[in-house]
Design a protein around this ligand. Structure first.
Ligand code: 9D3
Length: 244
């Protein structure tokens, strides 16, 4: 069983999202254990102070180092346990990092609040500093939930037999093809004939072609790293002739 420790001033943030769906079932099945620790419980002063004003001045507050160090110390980690700190300055989260963390028997996630975390926490404790992307959130709690969700779906047994995580789009390096279900015509919009009347090979070819087209239009930089077959290059050439 994998164990994930979340260090957060707002443990209530985590209750409902971790109780339902795939993560909730994985916890019930004993595939993952998730614990929250609150740095406020590791303060020594009467006011239970977890933040202070920044050295050098400026707006807002910074998370003090002592409560965070004491919280992580209390977790009694083995050498080499991944410790993720979420900050807007981190590396963007990628499926490669998710896969790496899902291989580990344990991981720690430190959620920042206020204007940020004392740099010595990152320097001494963090093995990974991660951002979700170039937009402003209020803290690291939602990023931690995102990463937990991404990790747990990769743990053996977390998904039913219906889905295999190896089939996910980022494993192919392309965006996924469009999906349809019944009815075959809705308000005049028909499902593509290849899917309705197609035999297996025709469906596969249509899907691969549409995946290539979407990737080319929306995320062209992904085509550079995707492993493209000779047939993919033929499909791309057809697309350029038909749609450009
Ligand atoms: C002075 C500018 N600050 C507020 C606009 C910078 C700032 C500090 C702290 C902005 C956001 C935050 C809180 N965000 C996170 O802790 C965070 C985050 C994010 O905001 N976006 C994407 N990924 C992440 S991971 C953690």
């Amino acid at each position: 069983m994998m164990r994930i420790d979340v260090v957060t001033l707002f443990p209530e943030f985590f209750s409902a999202p971790l109780d339902v769906s795939i993560v909730g079932r994985a916890r019930q099945a004993g595939i993952v254990a998730i614990h929250c620790s609150n740095p406020r419980d590791f303060t020594a002063d009467a006011h239970r102070t977890v933040d202070d004003s920044p050295y050098g001045g400026g707006p807002g507050m910074v998370m003090k180092p002592e409560p965070l160090f004491e919280t992580v110390r209390s977790l009694d980690l083995e050498e080499g346990t991944p410790v993720v700190v979420f900050t807007p300055q981190g590396r963007p989260l990628k499926q490669r990092i998710v896969r790496e963390l899902a291989q580990s028997p344990r991981a720690v996630m430190i959620c920042g609040r206020y204007e940020g975390i004392d740099e010595r926490v990152r320097e001494r404790l963090a093995t990974h500093e991660i951002s979700l992307g170039d937009f402003v959130l209020s803290g690291g709690e939602l990023p931690a939930l995102v990463l937990i969700d991404a990790i747990v779906r990769l743990l053996p047994g977390a998904l039913g037999n219906e889905e295999s995580p190896a089939e996910d789009s980022f494993s192919h390096g392309l965006l996924e093809h469009p999906q349809y279900t019944r009815p075959p015509v809705y308000e005049g919009m028909a499902v593509p004939d290849e899917l309705v009347n197609g035999y297996h090979a025709r469906v596969d070819r249509w899907r691969r072609k549409e995946a290539l087209w979407r990737t080319y239009q929306r995320r062209p930089e992904l085509l550079g790293s995707a492993e493209l077959s000779d047939e993919d290059h033929e499909l791309l050439a057809e697309l350029m002739a038909e749609r450009l």
